[in-house]
Ligand binder design. Sequence first.
Ligand code: NAD
Length: 458
Amino acid sequence: MNVTIVGTGYVGLGTGVMLAYLGHQVIGLDTDPTKIESLKRGEIPIYEPGLDQLLAEAQANLHWTTDYAHAIPNADVIFICVGTPPQSDGRPNLSYLEGAARSIAQNLNGKTQVIVNKSTVPIGSGDWVSRIIEEHAVDYHANRYFVVSNPEFLREGTALGDSLYPDRIVLGGIAAGLVRMRQLYAPLIHQSFKAPDYVPRPKEYTVPAVVETTLTSAEMIKYAANAFLALKISYANEIAGLCERVGANIDEVTAGIGFDQRIGHRFLAAGAGWGGSCFGKDTSALITTGGDYGYEMPILSAAIEVNQRQRSTVIDKLQKHLRLLKGKRVAVLGMAFKPNTDDLRDAPAHDFIARLNLLGATVVAHDPVAMERARKEWAHLRYQEAATAQDAINGADAVIIATEWTEYRRLNWNSKVRSMRNALVIDARNVISEPLDVPAVIEQIGKELPERTAADAV
Ligand code: NAD
């Protein structure tokens, strides 16, 4: 099929490259010419493991443009993957969606075309996009343009595996649109489908469930799923706070909880809390939609509150040990909101650095892949860049582990704390698994590593 992807960010790129790999002819369209130029050169403007390899394999089926007139008329399926960033009132900014829908409408050509909302959009947006198309299509045909909701569940860092081996494909809309979507995804739904070896296949994977619903239910599924995951993490963090107070160990507790198959182990990791472009935005948007209907959602509001408290807890732990932070040198390890991505949106490290700036500390920050992006997006924060984790740690009064990069897990923390001025590590991701052999204070979330004193040191 001819597929056009409108918006080549994290979701659009992953989706476009995946569909090209499945054999479709894909045009990626973005209004950002810099992005399109770099894609034309074969360079990927984001960090996503394996994406460069898959892009190289699917290169023959991929084309890039900024021109709607080139990308829309011949498309059988048009995916809208533009951003829907949060606004201060909790509602997503829909101006990019509106702009994309208008430009699509003005370039439809009268043949049957399916327009797919893949962006996470508030409930009712599918109908809104249909109306925009009705109003702006040059030659409108009611029975030729079908709007479908096909929410995206990929996670940054594991986008390829999530796209090629999805748990489920949600399709919302009327039958005429859904039939084409099933055809589009047919290779993925086939028992014999196999992605390249560098894309890890989940254990016991068979084929994805295809969930066909109304437009409204599909939009609701996306929000309800993200809000539930956010809630699950906040729940683990709330229990972790109590574990610290009563002397229980959150890892033991969540292991014990997770073996109950009704609960499961995933998304129960205690730490600095969730971040990223989706959980906060989508949970707030759902609460706002509730508000529009006079319906309060106290469980979701509490999930957000616990998440905010969790970020403060990290700095509180620092203050507990250092008292005054003014003039202290604090190393922040990890800036991205989670490992294996360079995405900085709503990253806890942002709030840590902002608060340390307010408190007068000197911040030295490191991230394996997000430093360059931070230079642009976090220009309002004050921090020194460290080329390596070791450079950040050298001479520090404290280290905050803000992102659980494997690189930080593998550091020899015994030798690292020796290079600090004061051996204090706030391990906000619980990455240090063994007590150290040298005197150091290691603060974790929801559990304690035994504290060693000079007398214990070998
Ligand atoms: P992004 O900001 O990385 O990418 C959006 C892209 O759209 C940008 O490249 C921008 O230049 C482009 N764009 C904006 N207006 C345009 C227009 N009128 N025409 C063409 N291109 C335009 O966003 P993202 O992270 O890929 O998220 C996209 C959507 O998918 C959001 O609604 C998000 O909530 C949802 N989502 C994101 C993730 C994720 O992990 N990032 C996962 C699931 C769903």
